[in-house]
Structures are given as C-alpha cells and as structure tokens.
Design a protein around this ligand. Structure first.
Ligand code: MF3
Ligand code: CO
Ligand code: CO
Length: 267
C-alpha cells in the first residue's frame, strides 16, 4: 500500500494570504485563553470558552467531529502527551498544560499549541517546557528550500537529547492548508539530508512532544488521550509554517508576543 501517494502542494500567494489569516486567528485564540488558565478551572470550561471564541469570530473549530473527536480543542495536562479531551479535570497549582487550537478560517486551517503554567510551576517542569519550545524553534530553523524533513527532525531530536529529554515518535507534524492533516509528514526525529526535500510554497506544522522520561505513549479508553507510558511529564509546542524562498514563515506567531510561559497578563 502506498503510504503517501500525493505530492505536497506548492501554494501560491493567495494561499499564503489565507494562511496568514488562519494562523493569526489561531494565535489570537491562544492569547485570549491565556488569562483563564488558572487553578480551579476545568479543561471542559476552557474548551467551551475557545469554542465560543471561534463562533463569535466566524470560524469553525476543526477538531469538533474530526474522526469522531468530541470537543473543539485539545487540552493536555502534565503526563498527557497530546489529544487530551477536555472534560471534568480541574487544573491545579503546579500543572503544565498544552492547549492546541485548530480553527478553520474561510476554508483554511491554522494549527498551533502552546504550554501554559497553572499557578506556581516547579523548576523541573519549567525546564522541560523551555526545552520543548527551543526544540520546536530549532526544527523550524532548519526549514528552507533544499533542506529535507530529516534535517528538521534531526535538529529537534539532537537538542532534546542534549537536554536529557526523549522525543515522542507516535505523533508527527503534518502538511496543512485546506485540509487539517496532509502530506508531508514531519517526524520530530531523523537524519540530516534524508527524506522529502523542501520547496518554497509547502505548508506544514512543526509540533514536537518531549517527555521527561521515556518516549513511549499509550492511548486512554476514550480513544484519544495520549499519555506517557511511564507517567513522566510531557510538553509540546506547535506552529504552522511555510517554506519560503529565503527560509520559512511562521503563520501562528502570537500578536501579543506570548510565545513561552510565564506570559505577562493584563497589567
Ligand atoms: N491539532 C491537532 C494536531 O496538531 C489535531 C487536532 S484534531 C483531533 O494535529 F481530532 F485530534 F483533535
Ligand atoms: Co498539528
Ligand atoms: Co495541533
């Protein structure tokens, strides 16, 4: 069976314009939800707030109903690697939380996630979060025409390892545009010069998940929530990017400059 029969789409200027709008809206929701991430709130309430924000601005939450996914965003706390299904879980002081937003804006998908601190977070967890953000940036930094997907994965994996963390292998970044998940697959590990060669006009996500312990993942009975097999902490950041003539463009940068916690609030 052919795994990836299609070639990645090379997008034109109007697609770039559409993705800038979708990407900015994605970042705007993450900025909006930041103030609500506090001890005592449930992940279900955060999902509801994000859901309403989509609708209030004429966007559609991409995850809702996607392969049967029951909620509008993914919220992954502590040992949850990704695809945490919002519900009754109450956030408590010291938790680290990933919120992953995938809106459809005028038919185009944005996809981005950030980590958040709930109250006072311990040094170990802070170090994991900072390293995960840096790993993502190093992966994105490898993006340019002529580089390969292996270069992206290698940059991420090498940095993660140097910091004493493991990279989750069960989930990957993905091509994106008018569909949420398409080619190319962006593994967060790899070998320099190996794999698909990047060309200007490709759109995809870079979304590494780093574990404090081993890389193993398990799926809970809800069929979605991925947790670390050893119960160790996990962190993730995600941006939607394009390959450009000169390198890369990040579509999902925060309008407020809130890239890495702790985020300045109000004031
Ligand atoms: N945003 C997720 C990703 O990064 C996918 C969300 S769709 C869901 O690919 F159904 F898995 F929630
Ligand atoms: Co994604
Ligand atoms: Co995502």
């Amino acid at each position: 069976m052919l795994k990836h029969p299609e070639q990645p789409t090379i997008h034109d200027a109007s697609a770039f314009a559409a993705m800038r709008r979708a990407g900015q809206f994605t970042a705007e929701i993450l900025d909006f939800i930041t103030d609500y991430v506090k001890p005592g709130i449930t992940t279900g309430e955060l999902d509801r707030l994000c859901h309403e924000y989509h609708l209030a601005h004429g966007a559609v939450p991409g995850p809702l109903g996607f392969h049967g996914y029951p909620k509008s965003v993914c919220i992954s706390v502590n040992e949850v690697i990704c695809h945490g299904v919002p519900g009754e879980r109450v956030l408590k002081d010291g938790d680290i939380v990933n919120i992953d937003i995938t809106p459809i804006v005028d038919g185009w998908f944005g996809d981005s996630s950030r980590m958040f601190y709930v109250g006072n977070v311990g040094k170990k967890a802070q170090r994991l979060v900072a390293a995960t953000h840096e790993a993502m940036l190093r992966g994105i930094g490898a993006v340019r025409p002529g580089a390969t997907v292996g270069d992206i994965g290698h940059a991420i994996q090498t940095y993660a390892k140097s910091q004493g963390y493991s990279v989750v292998r069960d989930f990957a970044g993905h091509g994106i545009g008018r569909t949420m998940h398409t080619v190319p697959q962006i593994l967060h590990y790899g070998s320099p010069g190996k794999g698909l060669r990047l060309e200007a006009g490709m759109f995809f996500t870079v979304e590494p998940m780093l574990n404090a312990g081993g890389p193993g993942a398990a799926i809970l009975e809800d069929g979605w929530t991925a947790i670390t097999r050893d119960g160790s902490l996990s962190a993730q950041f995600e941006h939607t990017v394009a390959v450009t003539d000169s390198g890369f463009e990040i579509f999902t940068l925060s309008p407020k400059g809130w890239h890495l916690p702790p985020y300045s609030r109000g004031a």
